[in-house]
Design a binder for this molecule. Structure first.
Ligand code: TMP
Length: 209
């Protein structure tokens, strides 16, 4: 991260479908706020007017003919917007930014999942991220079959992909974590919600303090 924006802390949550990422990340944001910290909570894709519009295009099951190149670039476009409008200004002000997903999602879902070139995704990611990078990433890990159990009820365009696809996404995340063990921490969610949350808090406290 560029020196002038080092003041803030950037924490991201990653995970496969149904891992409880939104619940856990929101619980963390509430906990930090309760402790007097200034927290900005966002989700990807989304979080700004433009990015939410892009989100609905991306997840609409009617868009079943979307080219993978369009898909990757739309995730990046949504990211460019939220970085410029919300994340970068907040980090410059010294806030803690918690994002439900960031660039690792594109590496996992479009890179490892669809087989797109990882280095190219990293390059485009760098371009849209304006020099920011998470200092801590929590990867909430769950076996694919368990995560997709609920899928009949709320299927979006990505979620409805095959078990094999979601397996590649999960393995991709685990590879990313092995490549950057200092930043990406793997937390299993095959335990009580409260236990997962206290493990997350432990990791975050080490990073924030
Ligand atoms: P969500 O379910 O966590 O809100 O995320 C929306 C979907 O978009 C989810 O299936 C993961 C997928 N996704 C990608 O495929 N690539 C990305 O870069 C991001 C941010 C999400």
């Amino acid at each position: 991260m560029a020196p002038e924006i080092m003041k803030g802390k950037f924490i991201t949550f990653e995970g496969s479908e149904g891992c409880g990422k939104s619940t856990q990340s929101k619980m963390l944001a509430a906990y930090l706020k309760k402790n007097g910290l200034s927290v900005v909570y966002v989700r990807e894709p989304g979080g700004t007017r433009i990015s939410e519009k892009i989100r609905s295009i991306l997840l609409d099951t009617k868009n079943d003919r979307m080219a993978q190149e369009s898909e990757m670039l739309l995730y990046m476009a949504a990211r460019a917007q939220i970085v410029k409008e919300i994340i970068l200004p907040a980090l410059k002000k010294g806030k803690i930014v918690i994002s439900d997903r960031f660039l690792d999602s594109t590496l996992a879902y479009q890179g490892y999942g669809l087989g797109m070139d990882l280095d190219f995704i990293r390059q485009v990611g760098k371009f849209v991220s304006l020099g920011i990078k998470p200092g801590l990433t929590i990867f909430l890990d769950l076996p694919v079959k368990k995560g997709l159990k609920h899928r009949k009820f709320c299927e979006d365009r990505i979620e409805k992909r095959s078990l094999d696809y979601h397996g590649r996404v999960r393995q991709g995340y685990l590879k990313l974590a092995r490549l950057e063990p200092a930043r990406i921490k793997v937390v299993s969610v095959e335990q009580e919600k409260a236990k997962t949350q206290s493990k997350i808090r432990e990791l975050v406290e080490k990073y924030v303090i």
